[in-house]
Design a binder for this molecule. Sequence first.
Ligand SMILES: Nc1ncnc2c1ncn2[C@@H]1O[C@H](COP(=O)(O)OP(=O)(O)OP(=O)(O)O)[C@@H](O)[C@H]1O
Length: 226
Amino acid sequence: MIQVENVSKRFTLHNQGGAELEVMRGAHLGVAPGECVALVGASGAGKSTLMRMIYGNYLAASGTIRVGELDVVTARPREIIALRREVLGYVSQFLRVVPRVPTRDVVAEPLLALGRPAEEARARAEALLARLNIPQALWELSPLTFSGGEQQRVNIARGFAHDYPALLLDEPTASLDATNRGTVLSLIEEAKARGAAIVGIFHDTEARARVCDREVDVSGFAPRVS
Ligand SMILES: Nc1ncnc2c1ncn2[C@@H]1O[C@H](COP(=O)(O)OP(=O)(O)OP(=O)(O)O)[C@@H](O)[C@H]1O
């Protein structure tokens, strides 16, 4: 479902005289439906960079990144937008939302964007918010003033609203209490059971051991200095 082949990445630092920083060469990764793969490696090894390339936020310098039928490296912006709407979900560490939009609508939005009936989208959003222990009194409010952990749970609810065939998870259990952490791990297990292909960064080693089938050490993709 997710197939990364021979990917390299260079950053051009425009504010530092155009210096070129090569951070990855020959990256490979394959994730089958129903599988969860953890990206591991020391800080700065390139875990986030690889995840952002799969999502199409960073452009790979070479190689292919297939998600379903689409090669993200050569895809047009319109195709990336459709991929993100239908196929590839991304739970980032931080919630980014438009001000004044109620929490329930923030969570329902991915389903509405797919043309699902408003009633169904709302019901799904409410079920997820309840499961993640967001008090009902907060559903009508914007999540911008919520606590860090509440915002993270709203972000997770939004990321799991649609049953994406592929999911990217950036530290989904960071800063959660034991109960909510358990709920998030159950959501991940349920996504795997319905066939989602998942790539995740988990500094929480117990969480990683519970939900991930394999680890891929991105340090192995560091460019060799010759
Ligand atoms: N936008 C950017 N511009 C320039 N360099 C970048 C950019 N993003 C990442 N890098 C560099 O790429 C390398 C990999 O960074 P990345 O954030 O992917 O590592 P990581 O493994 O996710 O680290 P951590 O575990 O600390 O989050 C680092 O040397 C970093 O400085």
